[in-house]
Design a protein around this ligand. Sequence first.
Ligand code: UD1
Length: 418
Amino acid sequence: MSVMYLRGGTPLEGELAVHGAKNSVLPILAACLLAGGPVVLHNCPRLTDVGAALGILRRLGCKAEQEGHTVAVDPSGAAGCSISEEQMRAMRSSIIFLGPLLARAGEAHLTYPGGCELGPRPIDLHLSAIRAMGCRVSEERGIHCQGRPRGGEVQLALPSVGATENAMLCAVGASGPTTIANAAREPEIGDLQSFLNLLGARVRGAGSSTITVEGGRPLSGGEFTVMGDRIVAATLLSAAAAAGGRVRLSGVDWRHLATVLSVLHQAGCRVESRLEYVELERDRAVPLRAVPTIRTAPYPGFPTDAQAPVMAALAASQGCTLFVEAMFDSRYRHVPELIRMGADVTTEGRVALVRGVERLRGARVEASDLRGGGALAAAALGAEGTTILSGLSHIDRGYEGLEEMLQALGANVERREA
Ligand code: UD1
């Protein structure tokens, strides 16, 4: 087992290009099942979740390899229509293969996906979208879906990111047009739309609440570059807010970070947003300030994935900040660990009250989910003394070489075998 040693107290300084977005590359890899020829993807992060998605593609008969940040997928040998329980459990996003499998094979046999670390994560919206396209779904001992999808009207009860992507992917292979109403508007859905259209699909409306898909067009292969990861950027900016210093990040569109940047600005950081980069500066001698209530919401609201990292920064601040986690039931698992570091936080259901303290102290802490892990690293860099962070398998699902990214910004961090 490896652990991360983080020595706090040094301001962060430097520039970094943020790696590709996990939440973009995973649905794009599932979409490769629909391609009519080889696909090459650039800017693919090296993450365990990406490895899991490549493993699913291989099980389904595709060639799928990653070399550095380039992934090559050849779907010409794709044949199967079932995914093993072990592969389904490896990550929540395995469910995104449902739509493409149905579109390609007219049949899919899966189990419930893993990823329960944020509380219950149902898939009812995914299944109702599939049903709206004329497929039959049975949930007896697994998930068994059958039928060639037909275009239809998909009305999502909530703007679920995954259900929107699954519906888009199924609709691309369906006969006839589909409309997805109350679609999620996250930027990664726009990336998926661009990829599908590059292959020859006709998908419109990503970024708005209504997405239309003209199904059944023949698709080719193609070459595509995955967008940068806005949540990795939010984590690094939170670390700089916690530790002080000046960091400049490129490779992400600052507009996708607008709510996070606004909060960090209100907390007293100087933020400069340009087309090519976003820069954050904080004088470590001047404490951060509490900010008005942070309520997570679907995009363009404050991202639930940035809640923990921003809380880590505000744990040492002047005043009280209230967080309302409106997206997931159990997304405060970093709080007991922040408390070990001297934070003063009280939670009640989906609400957390952060009473800012003067400074956190290094401690032994454990990540129990992906973004909570990123948050603990950010907190550690603002703290006095050394933090020993375990639970790195969660972090490696979504941050490629977090310690190397932080080192590049001058942080005193190393990964060691425990
Ligand atoms: C995606 C992101 C994740 C992010 C989340 C919310 C990926 C790979 N993951 O997850 O990082 O935290 O969006 O921005 O892109 N829901 C249902 N039934 C369903 C599906 C969802 O009730 O069938 C609920 C969920 O419990 C949650 C809400 O809808 O309360 C939003 O979840 P959703 O947008 O689906 O999240 P994911 O796609 O799983």
